[in-house]
Structures are given as structure tokens and as C-alpha cells.
Design a protein around this ligand. Structure first.
Ligand code: NAD
Length: 267
């Protein structure tokens, strides 16, 4: 069978380099081109081989010259928003890991996917374990009235609480259908223990040496339940990216989040 051909947008970035490595190692897939701003050379060497593929800041040139099946994007939101219409017009499917899109941006991607009959998968978290942690937390939320989240990240992370912690807390409250309970001593006060989302306190730890970790702790009389996800390095995102590259070819329209690709039913 013909391999799935992939262009990587943001190929010089931390995630982009990891994607080039993962896709080129994956049987049945190959990297055919790369895009980033100001590349030092006009070809990119595929890690672990002597193969060189076209590399340019000119996305139109790379896409029309290589005619890939899929473009994987890990860049910055403004660059992604400019790249999506260019790729859509050429009939390419898109896997987007860049973060920072508004609901209006997603609506526009959905419109382009319909107009050009392509698939677009956008996921703010490609780590399968993190997606499962959120899913399991939504299930547990129905059975516990008390919960807290501890998220630990490297000291370069600019936002706190993390987007994943906020999304987990909101999803847990939605699944439960009502706010969680606060410890009696804190009710009606502004807590100094962390950010509160409908009764869930989120604690944010930032230290050098950490990558990304999150634990959701549920409590009720006589027992706790802990759901914990740890990442060691950026490789953790690659199984999700590879899955999305395969799945996007079968899914016309916009798919947001990995849940649908993993057949996780709404909890
Ligand atoms: P990075 O800064 O290392 O890489 C970004 C790359 O995009 C750089 O090489 C930069 O030159 C390139 N770029 C910027 N503007 C461009 C343009 N106009 N055209 C072409 N390329 C351009 O960042 P990173 O750590 O690799 O993260 C990239 C994105 O992925 C961020 O939005 C980050 O939040 C997101 N991210 C998502 C996940 C996930 O699971 N979805 C995981 C990690 C990071």
C-alpha cells in the first residue's frame, strides 16, 4: 500500500522535530516535506537516514511540490490560521496540535473542512494517557462529592493552572451536573490554597526538573481515589499524533479532541 505522505509545519520547533522523527519511523508513513520560518537550508535531513526532503518557509511551494496526504502542524496559532486555508485549497487533510484557538477559529476550520471536503483533527493534548485521565476523572466525578487537582509542570510554563487542569475540572463538573463540595472551613471564603473551579481546588507546582504531571484526587468518607498521569518527554504525544494522521483520512469535517478517535463515549 502507498505510504501516507506527510508535511510537517513548524518542523524546526520542539514538537515539529519530534513529529518528523516519529512519522519517518512509522511503517506506512513518510515525511515528504517541511515548513518553518527562516529554515537554514532548503532541505531537511530525515533523522536516522540520508534522505533529504524539501524545506521552506513557503507553504504553497512545499505543498504543491510534494502533494502530501496530510499536513501536521505544531507552530503558533497565527501561523496555523494562515496555513489552514492554503492546505485546504490544495485538498490536504490536517492534524493540528498548536494551541490557542478561539471558538470562532474552530468554526472557520469546520467551514473550510466542509467546503474543501477534507478532514481536520485539532487536539490540545495528544498524550493518550492525559486524554484517558480526563475521561476516567469524568466517570469518577459522578460518584464523589469532593475532588482536588494537583498539576506539576516545568518552570518555563507560562500559564497556571494548566489548560489541561482547567479542562479536567470543567469536564468533571459538567459530568457531575453540579459543583463539587468544598471543605466546611473554606465555604464562603476566598481560599489561598489554589484556583477554584466549582468546588475543585487546583494546585499548580512549577519546578525545574519536572515535565508535565497531573493527579486528580477524589475523596469520600474512609477512601480516596487517585487518577495520575506523568509524562517523561515529548515522545508521549507521538502515539496520538500517529493515530490522528491515520484517522484524519477517514474523517471528513472537523474533529476536536482525541476522544472521538479513541472511541471514548461522553462520560
Ligand atoms: P516551538 O516554539 O518549539 O516551535 C514552534 C515552531 O513554529 C518554531 O519552529 C517556529 O519557528 C515555527 N513557526 C512560528 N511561526 C511560523 C510561521 N509563520 N510559519 C512556519 N513556522 C512557524 O513550540 P513547541 O513546543 O514545538 O509547540 C508548538 C505548539 O504546539 C504550541 O502551540 C504548543 O502549545 C503546542 N503543543 C501542543 C501539544 C498537544 O498535545 N497538542 C503538545 C505540546 C505542545
Amino acid at each position: 500500500m502507498k505510504p501516507i505522505s506527510v508535511v510537517v509545519h513548524g518542523a524546526s520547533g520542539k514538537m515539529g522535530m519530534e513529529v518528523v522523527k516519529a512519522v519517518s519511523r512509522e511503517p506506512g508513513m513518510r515525511v515528504v516535506g517541511a515548513v518553518d520560518q527562516n529554515p537554514a537550508e532548503d532541505t531537511l535531513t530525515i533523522p536516522g537516514s540520508l534522505e533529504r526532503v524539501p524545506f521552506s518557509s513557503d507553504i504553497d511551494q512545499i505543498l504543491s511540490g510534494t502533494k502530501p496526504d496530510v499536513m501536521v502542524d505544531f507552530s503558533v496559532a497565527a501561523a496555523t490560521k494562515a496555513a489552514v486555508p492554503v492546505a485546504a485549497r490544495q485538498g490536504l487533510n490536517l492534524v493540528i496540535g498548536t494551541t490557542g484557538f478561539s471558538p470562532a477559529d474552530l468554526d472557520e476550520m469546520s467551514r473550510l473542512a466542509k467546503q474543501y471536503k477534507i478532514g481536520i483533527v485539532v487536539a490540545a493534548n495528544f498524550a493518550l494517557g492525559a486524554v484517558l485521565m480526563m475521561h476516567l476523572s469524568k466517570i469518577a466525578a459522578k460518584y464523589f462529592d469532593f475532588a482536588e487537582i494537583v498539576e506539576l509542570h516545568h518552570d518555563q510554563k507560562v500559564d497556571f493552572p494548566s489548560g489541561t487542569a482547567l479542562a479536567t475540572a470543567k469536564a468533571m463538573v459538567k459530568s457531575k451536573g453540579k459543583p463539587f463540595s468544598m471543605p466546611a472551613a473554606e465555604q464562603g471564603t476566598v481560599s489561598s490554597r489554589g484556583k477554584q473551579i466549582d468546588g475543585i481546588t487546583i494546585h499548580s507546582v512549577r519546578l525545574p526538573g519536572l515535565v508535565a504531571n497531573q493527579e486528580v484526587i477524589f475523596g469520600m468518607a474512609g477512601q480516596t481515589l487517585r487518577i495520575k498521569h506523568d509524562t517523561i518527554n515529548r515522545e508521549c504525544f507521538m502515539p496520538g499524533v500517529i493515530l490522528a494522521v491515520k484517522e484524519v483520512l477517514k474523517r471528513p469535517g472537523l474533529t476536536v479532541g482525541l476522544e472521538a478517535l479513541l472511541n471514548l463515549q461522553e462520560a
